[in-house]
Ligand binder design. Structure first.
Ligand SMILES: C[S@@+](CC[C@H](N)C(=O)[O-])C[C@H]1O[C@@H](n2cnc3c(N)ncnc32)[C@H](O)[C@@H]1O
Length: 283
């Protein structure tokens, strides 16, 4: 079983295949696979594990260059990254020292492998696996659980990183805006989108990731996907279950929904079931 190495908000590592089953799409129905908002690769690896991506070219993109850099370097420089990672420790004091390094001028001269190892380290220990940076692009998520004795050098974690580096070898990565990425898909290809979600609380924009993804952006994405469908692509989109998402897609797309188990805190007790919508249009 291929698994993700990063904790990531909205990660689809358990349910992407169920999303695909709900749309009825079959692996033999499409050529290449395009995922413009690939995040932790939760959806991608789940689809791979469930036979949807065998013998396909897989194109993965995310605007977050830090994680795309990590994936690219893991394929070619796994050993260097693991050597750097081995020097980190799990303590609250170490976490803040390492987190705050990106405020120092010396951070610029750190090797790419050190920065990649730091990304894995911060993601393992930060609060709820969140990714958030300030306007200067400095990571600012607090330490996750001060009482945690999590062993960041656990053998299963290291094996997981090694397996991940092997699994992603054939994938094609980019870190560009979703618009230019989606434009590259050809007739017969499948585009699966798991963008930042329309917020349930009626706010105007979503701020949790790099940059904003407001309702204008949601409409722009919908229009682009409709255009790509008319060019011959298959499209599947996930979004939050709310009136604004339904209004976005109900006129031109098929809509169904799915129940998703989500963490609302680090503890297992803090899990709730949430509905999400699946909008799709297949040839
Ligand atoms: C819900 S997460 C995707 C999770 C992923 N499907 C998984 O299973 O791991 C949404 C992703 O969209 C990315 N993103 C936000 N704005 C973007 C943009 N304009 N272009 C490309 N990616 C963007 C974020 O960095 C984030 O990783």
């Amino acid at each position: 079983m291929n698994d993700t190495i990063l904790r990531w908000a909205g990660n689809k590592n358990k349910i992407a295949h169920e999303i695909f089953q709900k749309t009825g799409i079959k692996p033999e129905q499409f050529n290449n696979f395009y995922e413009p908002f690939c995040g932790a690769l939760g959806a991608t690896l789940n689809l791979l594990n469930n036979g949807y991506l065998q013998n396909k070219q897989v194109y993965l993109n995310d605007k977050n260059a830090e994680i795309i850099n990590l994936y690219s370097n893991l394929r070619t420089n796994l050993r260097n990254i693991l050597n750097e990672y081995a020097l980190f420790n799990n303590s609250e004091a170490d976490y803040y020292t390492i987190r705050n390094e990106d405020k120092l001028p010396s951070f610029g001269s750190r090797t790419p492998y050190y920065k990649n190892a730091r990304t894995i380290y911060l993601n393992s220990l930060c609060f709820n696996g969140l990714y958030r940076v300030n306007p200067k692009n400095q990571f600012n998520v607090p330490y996750g659980d001060p009482k945690s004795k999590k062993n960041i050098h656990d053998i299963t974690k290291l094996q997981n990183i090694q397996n991940f580096a092997q699994t992603i070898q054939p994938f094609n990565f980019s870190a560009i805006d979703y618009v230019s990425f989606i434009q590259q898909a050809k007739p017969g290809d499948l585009i699966y989108c798991d963008p930042p979600y329309v917020p349930l609380d009626n706010k105007d924009s979503f701020d949790g990731y790099l940059g904003k993804f407001d309702m204008n952006e949601q409409c722009k994405l919908r229009n682009l996907l409709l255009q790509k469908y008319h060019e011959g692509c298959h499209v599947i989109i996930s979004n939050s279950y709310c009136q604004r998402s339904i209004d976005l897609y109900q006129q031109d797309f098929n809509i169904t929904d799915i129940d998703v188990r989500r963490s609302i805190s680090a503890k297992a007790a803090g899990r709730i079931m949430q509905k999400e919508i699946i909008a799709y249009k297949l040839h």
